[in-house]
Design a binder for this molecule. Structure first.
Ligand code: MN
Length: 229
């Protein structure tokens, strides 16, 4: 088969302790998965009946340590530190009891957000794509295989900007834990190997400016460093 132009590179992430990289298929995100963050955003009481999902393009990933360009067309770039689950298999209508079998490993990432544009879209009832799915909006650490660290249900999730801690929680506080996120997503989409899932952010989101240095940590599992360029 030939193509009318060269195929673009497959977006990928490094894997801790290995030379083979993780090829990225899709990036799914859940919103309002920590009660304290939903509250700071002024959301109504979080309903477990209606998880909020959105997506970023696969080539939005920025591998650990890479410069993160300040995006155009925003005056309010916000950080959202999140645990990221990386899938090695998928399917439809996945039973939560077996959902963790789909998970290759875990990392820590930033769901970068043009908060000013998101607020404008929310006010008009319009889609969030321009606020969430922009170029390089998904810096993510190297992935740590579950074969090494298991499937963490408790771990400190934190973000420091220029050495000052801005977000600090434990993943045990997620409203939908990873197996339930996978089960809910698989009712809506056929999940596949290579899918990444941003699992939601705790309270403390706030602005980033050019020159800021970020350090994100999922304790015992992954760290992410980067700079807003
Ligand atoms: Mn988020």
């Amino acid at each position: 088969m030939s193509f009318v132009f060269d195929l673009p590179a497959v977006p990928s992430l490094p894997v801790t302790g290995g030379s083979a990289r993780f090829p990225v298929h899709r990036i799914y995100c859940i919103g309002r998965n920590y009660a304290d963050h939903a509250k700071e955003m002024g959301a109504q009481a979080v309903s477990r009946a209606n998880p909020v999902f959105f997506m970023k393009p696969a080539d939005a990933v920025v591998a650990d340590g890479g410069d993160i360009p300040y995006p155009p067309a925003t005056r309010e770039l916000h950080h959202e530190v999140e645990m990221v689950a990386a899938l090695q298999s998928g399917g439809r209508d996945i039973d939560p009891a077996h959902a963790l079998d789909c998970v290759f490993g875990y990392g820590v990432g930033l769901d970068l957000t043009r908060r000013d544009l998101q607020a404008a879209m929310k006010a008009k009832g319009l889609p969030w794509d321009v606020a969430k799915g922009f170029d390089r909006s998904a810096p993510i650490s190297a992935l740590r295989p579950a074969s090494e660290v298991g499937h963490p249900m408790q771990a400190r999730l934190a973000l420091a900007v220029n050495g000052e801690v801005r977000q600090d929680t434990d993943i045990a506080d997620m409203i939908f834990p990873v197996p339930e996120i996978i089960a809910e997503l698989s009712k809506l989409f056929e999940l596949k190997a290579g899918d990444l899932i941003f699992t939601g952010t705790p309270a403390g989101v706030g602005p980033l400016v050019r020159g800021d240095r970020i350090t994100a940590e999922l304790r015992g599992i992954a760290t992410l460093e980067g700079r807003i360029a």
